[in-house]
Every structure is written in C-alpha cells, then in structure tokens.
Design a protein. Structure first.
Length: 190
C-alpha cells in the first residue's frame, strides 16, 4: 500500500507543495468575504430574487384569488419573477456566471413564490390545489420559464459595459415569454 505522501513525491511534489504558502510561512490569511453587503450590486442581486415572492405575498395578503384562471395578478407575478431573475443575472460579469445567476435566481424566486402561496392559502384542500396555491404555481412556472428563455441573452450581454443594457433586453424577453406561457399553464381564458 502506497501512502499519500509517497504519491505526491512520485509526482514531483513534496509535502510542502501541498500546503498553501501562507500556512507554511505561519501566516494564515482568512478568505475574503464572498458577499460584501455594502455593495449596491449585492443588494440588487438579492432584490431580484425576492421581488417575485414579495409581490406574491402582497397579492395574496390583500386579495385572495378565488379561481384557477388567468387573473391580472397572474401576469404581474409572472412578469416580476422573470424580470427579477434577469436583474440578478445582470449583476454578474462573465457569460457563465450571468446565465447561472439568472437561472438560479429564477429557481429560487419560483420556489419562494410557491411557498408563499402555500403559506397564505386560506383553506387546505386534499383533492385539488387551492386557487391561491394554483396562482402561485402558475405565476412561478411562467416566470421561471421566461427567465430561462432569457438566460442565454443575459449571458451574451454579460460583457456589455452598460448595466441597464445588460438588464433591459433580457428582462423584456423574460417578461414576454412569461406572459406567453400563462395561457399554456392555466388554459385559454374562458
């Protein structure tokens, strides 16, 4: 059986090469804080993920939906969820980061929308979902779909210097696709 140290030595590395320089010199440097909450872009990224759930909470607290059909709040929830995700994606530099941030923010917002719908539903139903939960799911699914559709554009524009240009075009695509997905999710309006 070969030990780990002999494998490293066989590959041309000594045990000291496996230990970071700062530790070998006796100076352990703590890693930088990955999220600096004093930066405005950090707040913009967080706000982008929380816009959809905030709108869902406001909608369900003020006016409880009474049916599973497309309502004005359905459009607002889907649009805000999609646009918020593109806002988060626009704060990232680099193609892959912008795409990943847009999709991850959309997933987080969609799940949070559904959780808000489940927590604010006035009545629990065993056989079918309550209108509140149905609206939350429909708006979340449409918003997520819109943000995923716009993620490629967000990645393509990640190297553009203007932040508003990086956000507005993907947001327009995301909102447009989210609104087009609502009739597919809820069925045609009666």
């Amino acid at each position: 059986m070969v030990s780990d140290s002999s494998e490293g030595a066989a590959a041309g590395e000594s045990e000291d090469d496996l230990v970071p320089v700062s530790v070998r010199l006796g100076n352990v440097v703590p890693p930088e804080d990955p999220e600096d909450w004093t930066r405005p872009l950090t707040w913009a990224a967080a706000a982008g993920m929380l816009l959809g759930p905030a709108v869902a909470l406001l909608w369900f607290a003020v006016w409880t939906p009474d049916r599973l059909a497309i309502l004005p709040g359905s459009f607002v929830l889907a649009a805000v969820t999609a646009a918020g995700a593109t806002l988060t994606g626009s704060t990232q530099q680099g193609t892959l980061r912008a795409v990943a941030a847009t999709v991850a923010a959309a997933l987080f917002a969609a799940l949070a929308d559904i959780i808000v719908g489940a927590l604010t539903t006035p009545a629990r139903q065993a056989v079918e979902a309550s209108p509140t939960l149905g609206q939350a799911f429909g708006g979340a699914a449409a918003g997520f779909g819109g943000a995923v559709a716009a993620a490629g554009l967000a990645g393509a524009l990640a190297h553009v210097h203007s932040r508003s240009a990086r956000m507005l075009a993907p947001a327009a695509v995301a909102v447009g696709v989210a609104i087009l997905l609502l009739p597919v999710i809820f069925g045609p309006a009666a």
